[in-house]
Design a protein around this ligand. Structure first.
Ligand code: HEC
Length: 147
């Protein structure tokens, strides 16, 4: 989040690397670990939106399941397949593959996409702009290479 005003991934990674080594002296706090995982984020607005609407229940770090499953590399994955998380049968058997379209629809109204799912008490998100920002964040912040 700290570096996300810098426009390119390349510059961001370089800045991150130099600052990361400077930060090694400090014992890692959960907050530091959190900002570390956000380094590849290319959408500051999307990240803010994600933090507000999703982070209570979801992390974007691989294997970091909270109330909801990790959303690492979620774009392109099949629903209900993150290791180590127990999904509702609804989501597990939905046959959905998460892409921009299915994610957008799910965030707008989870029950319309996977009736009986367990993503509660989340109630949906009406703003298409906000949803697009979040999906962009999930795509940019969870590239397959981060697996
Ligand atoms: C109140 C907690 C909560 C909030 C807030 C929440 N989720 Fe979830 N989410 C869950 C739970 C629980 C599941 C698992 C649902 C199931 O098994 O039916 C889930 C599942 C998902 C899945 C399916 C993951 C997979 O591996 O198939 C996606 C995608 C998702 N959430 C995205 C989001 C996004 C994006 C937001 C913010 C806009 C969000 N969620 C907000 C609790 C939450």
């Amino acid at each position: 989040m700290r570096f996300s005003f810098i426009p390119t991934t390349l510059v961001m990674s370089a800045a991150w690397l130099s600052l990361a080594s400077a930060a090694v002296a400090e014992p890692p706090s959960p907050a530091a670990a959190q900002s570390q995982e956000d380094k590849s984020n290319q959408s500051e607005a999307g990240e803010l939106m994600f933090n507000n609407a999703c982070r209570t229940c979801h992390a974007v770090k691989v294997g970091d399941h909270r109330l909801g499953p990790s959303l690492a590399a979620i774009v392109g994955r099949k629903a209900g397949e993150q290791n180590g998380y127990t999904y509702s049968p609804s989501l597990k058997n939905s046959g959905i593959t998460w892409d921009e379209k299915t994610l957008d629809a799910f965030i707008a109204n989870p029950d319309a996409v996977a009736p009986g799912n367990n993503m509660k008490p989340y109630t949906g998100m009406t703003s298409a702009d906000d949803r697009a920002q979040i999906v962009a964040y999930l795509r940019g912040g969870s590239a397959p290479s981060s697996k």
